[in-house]
Design a binder for this molecule. Structure first.
Ligand code: PRP
Length: 188
């Protein structure tokens, strides 16, 4: 049965109508800057990246290729939004870590920090594993939507309160493959 959200999805030919917020070149430049900053901060310290699926996977893949420190990776998957545009506030683990992070410098990789509910929850989960340090890098930050007192250590772009898709971010699981970040406006 199609989800209620599916009536808002668009045909491939209409994707070009979606306003570009961040083009691929701008994203690539900022990702290189973030990688340089992270490499400098963690110089000489092995780093465990923990990517939050699914949205962060494209950002993480690009970021990791510019890091100049010793890096290993793991992934976590949470569910919070379902197929809609509003946070349900429900966060549960759907894929746990494969390897221990005890005693490690851990950098969580997120695509977007929105209400902060997901990161507040996962920070508690990860801190329980006793990492040596725990920081978060997010490609996008939407501070105007924050419901929880959390902030990222590294932010790619601070954006206004618009619903964005592309470069890993979805709506109803679509649009993740767009090379840029675009604004999805909903019918009123
Ligand atoms: C998105 C994003 C963050 C979370 C942020 O995940 O990847 O994990 O929402 O929202 P919050 O700050 O309001 O909690 P989503 O649940 O859309 O899953 P996805 O990454 O699989 O698309």
């Amino acid at each position: 049965m199609p989800s209620p959200a599916s009536k808002f999805t668009r045909s491939p030919e209409s994707i070009s109508d979606l306003e570009v917020l961040l083009d691929a070149e701008t994203i690539a430049r900022r990702v290189r800057e973030l990688a340089a900053q992270i490499s400098a901060d963690y110089r000489g310290r092995p780093l465990r990246l923990v990517g939050i699926l699914k949205g962060a996977w494209i950002f993480m893949a690009d970021l990791i290729r510019h890091l100049e420190v010793e890096v290993t990776v793991d992934f976590l998957s949470f569910s919070s939004y379902g197929d809609g545009a509003q946070s349900s506030g429900i966060v549960k683990i759907t894929k746990d870590l494969d390897q221990s992070i005890a005693g490690l410098d851990v950098l969580v990789v997120e695509d977007i920090l929105d209400t902060g509910q997901t990161f507040e929850y996962l920070r508690g989960v990860l801190e329980a594993h006793k990492p040596r340090s725990l920081r978060v890098v997010t490609l996008l930050d939407k501070p105007s939507r924050r419901l929880r007192p959390v902030q990222a250590d590294y932010v790619g772009f601070t954006i206004p309160d618009v619903f964005v898709v592309g470069y890993g971010l979805d709506y109803a699981q679509q649009y993740r493959n767009l090379p840029d970040v675009r604004i999805l406006r909903f019918p009123r």
